[in-house]
Design a protein around this ligand. Sequence first.
Ligand code: HEM
Length: 279
Amino acid sequence: MTRTPYDPARDGAQMAFDGRMSYTDYLCLDAILTAQHPRSTAHDEMLFIIQHQTSELWMRLALHELGAARDLIAAGDLRPAFKMLSRVARIFEQLNNAWDVLRTMTPAEYTRFRDALGQSSGFQSWQYRLIEYTAGNRNLAMLRPHAHRPDLTAALEAELARPSLYDVAVGRLAAAGFALPPEATARDPRAPRAPHPAVEAAWAAVYREPERYWELYELAEKLMDFEDYFRRWRFNHVTTVERIIGFKRGTGGTSGVQYLRRMLEVELFPELWHLRTSL
Ligand code: HEM
């Protein structure tokens, strides 16, 4: 007996999209799926491009969440911010898993198209800088690779004019009654944040009495989760880079692995790491 092939239309599936918004329309897939332009004939360049593009898409979502979480924390509305910060941590976990796909590319395969990249490098990822700036790592030197793009410079400068995520978190400590000096709470947002003993003491007090300061305690741990996954991303990146290019200089011009190892020392929320020693 021949079976009639299953027709999803009988199950109610919409099959005609003339003049109606389809999946392809809603997601602008025409733009996304035609944005891969390898500069060489090397098979693996497509992997390299898509790995970066998908990372940038996840970073876009991370920025969306971090910005909203910052506004909520500033307004004292912590619970919905916790959910967003959890999501950001999961995004970085997702990005961490993605390295496994890239690691299938050997040095020989990468070498086939590396010259075609010219001077371009993730070092010039403005969204990555925006994530760092939003979190609180404000190194103004990182603006320079974007000087040729006034729109991107404006986006980074706009972020530098706002208090960072960590600034607003420290603001909650002050709002809870911890005595913090003005250099910890009323800072020039553009200036890099120096760790402050009073801030560390306040966070330590929160960790000593979690029941009393439960919301601040939870906030601190959400920030730690985010930075923990972010650090793992940096570590996976430098390990993958060493596996693929060894100690060659980066296409972006830095010392490569040595530069990236140095970046492993960056602390987004320094006092939250430091207080652990004194508990
Ligand atoms: C074959 C794979 C990769 C290699 C060999 C590589 C290599 C490098 C190197 C050497 C640097 C230092 C800057 C330079 O001089 O170029 C760098 C920076 C960077 N890369 Fe990659 N990378 C790879 C994959 C990725 C992927 C998939 C992403 C995801 C977006 C990424 C994002 C970044 C970012 C954001 C930086 C700046 C880090 C910082 O300044 O702290 N890289 N990369």
